[in-house]
Write a protein that binds this ligand. Structure first.
Ligand code: M6R
Length: 453
């Protein structure tokens, strides 16, 4: 089993081909399997074979190998890719996160980078890639085992969508003291250093990056600190303007996304302070960051991110309010009001989730749609992009998210009769007056015959 990418697989494959090895696929995974088989033929020891092979690999990977003659022994290796061991009674487990085994055991073993672990039902041995022994770090998983069950829903994703009010509520929990002041216990960057922050860069991928884009609007407004949001894989390959007064905030549900991890390391090399907003305790990104703000969404098992997204926005808002409070600007004094509004969100979410009949009806009519557009302004813009991502990922329907103001600069050409368009409409009471502008956008696209419900 292999997770990740072996970057030098082509040259490794060429030398195996030259040795007469026959391949049944074009994958990098098969290259590793042949390498392990060949190393095992030399040493007769699977752990040793794994150790010999990982030394030749470039990239980020988790590998698991089993010998057909010894099915009770599993050897695994990790480099910049997730792997955690579950320690049971007469049984041990491996998974990319603890959700894979919390139904069986709450004891887990955290592995470091570049380590190899060999498990049998009764033993668990860890070594570093260079062969020196290591112990790993055992810990108790605090997630409730029931959280990894479907709870009567057909899919984990459906369950996790309905978990959203809890995810927001739990992420807000215990963040204030008796005077209503935000207190972030996990924040190990000093208050003085946080006061000196002159720029924030949020790094993340996919849904987590859209959460970061939502957060940018709020954090800038509340703190007056400039905030940039950058896809982690773009950030790490350029020369960003970063110094010790920059706070690089990574957002990640799993805490193991290789691109985000590399961006955090890059930021540290450049001298920035790093803070991780993460849902998975003990995962690599928070471990390697200067500070962490955990989202308390519980395990997100479905691949598509749902409850983690709303928890990430909540945690980012808490960070923004905390910075505003610390810096004492005019907004710092209003933080309590915003917090109160945030506490009201779970109930609103529950109301919405209690009435999905209309959503199901629209989905029924759209089942054969080939392409969908999502439009939004201000925070509705990243929400539109997240909507498009979800539709692509889950329904395999082509979808694009645009800033509604951009419509007249090109995308309006796509609006033909019958084209479905979802529009995120800001509240009529929003101070920025964007409600009216979005309503004009709706009139514009209706005039072109877009489908509407
Ligand atoms: O675990 P992470 O939050 O770092 O994952 C980042 C993205 O891969 C993730 O948000 C992805 O875009 C979503 N699962 C899509 O629904």
């Amino acid at each position: 089993m292999h997770n990740g990418i072996i970057e030098n697989f082509h040259s490794l494959r060429q030398s195996l081909l030259a040795d007469g090895v026959e391949f049944t696929s074009e994958t990098d995974t098969e290259v590793v399997a042949h390498l392990v088989a060949s190393a095992y033929a030399d040493s007769g020891d699977l752990t040793r074979a794994m150790q010999d092979v990982v030394g030749t690999l470039e990239g980020a990977f988790t590998l698991l190998a089993v010998h057909a003659d010894a099915p009770n022994t599993v050897v695994a290796a990790r480099r910049n890719s997730p792997l955690v061991v579950g320690l049971g009674d007469g049984e041990n487990f491996m998974g990319s996160d603890v959700a894979a085994f919390i139904g069986h055991t709450r004891k887990a073993l955290e592995l470091g980078q570049d380590q190899i672990v060999t498990i049998t039902p009764d033993s668990c041995d860890v070594i570093n890639f260079d062969g020196t022994p290591s112990e790993g770090k055992a810990y108790d998983v605090t997630w409730d085992a029931a959280a990894a069950e479907k709870d009567g829903y057909d899919t984990f994703m459906e369950k996790e969508i309905h978990d959203q009010p809890h995810a927001v509520r739990d992420t807000l929990l215990g963040r204030t003291d008796e005077n209503g002041q935000l207190v972030l216990d996990e924040m190990s960057i000093t208050e003085q250093d946080l006061r000196g922050i002159s720029k924030i860069v949020i790094v993340a991928c996919g849904t987590a990056a859209y959460a970061g884009m939502v957060a940018k609007y709020a954090i800038e407004r509340w703190t007056r600190i400039p905030v940039e949001v950058e896809l982690a894989h773009e950030f790490r390959y350029r020369d960003p303007v970063i110094d010790e007064n920059t706070l690089v905030v990574s957002i990640s549900q799993s805490g193991e996304t290789a691109d985000t991890l590399m961006a955090v390391r890059h930021a540290k090399e450049l001298g920035a302070r790093t803070l991780s907003i993460c849902n998975t305790h003990g995962s690599t990104i928070p471990r390697e960051s200067d500070a962490v703000l955990y989202t308390h969404a519980g395990p997100e098992i479905a691949v598509a991110s749902t409850k983690a997204f709303v928890a990430q926005i909540t945690a980012s808002y808490i960070l923004g309010l905390y910075l505003a409070q610390l810096r004492g600007g005019s907004f710092g004094r209003n933080a309590a009001e915003v917090l109160e509004e945030l506490h009201g969100i779970p109930a609103k979410m529950s109301d919405l989730l209690g009435n999905l009949a209309r959503v199901k009806e629209i989905a029924y009519f759209m089942a054969d749609t080939r392409s969908v557009l999502f439009l939004g302004r201000h925070v509705g813009f990243p929400i539109a992009m997240e909507g498009a991502l979800k539709l692509k990922e889950l329904a395999y329907i082509h979808a694009e998210g645009f800033a509604a103001g951009e419509l007249k600069h090109g995308p309006i050409a796509l609006i033909e009769p019958g084209q479905p368009v979802f529009i995120v409409v800001p509240s009529p009471s929003a101070e920025n007056g964007l409600h009216g502008k979005v309503v004009s956008n709706i009139q514009e696209i209706r005039a072109r015959g877009a489908a509407h419900w």
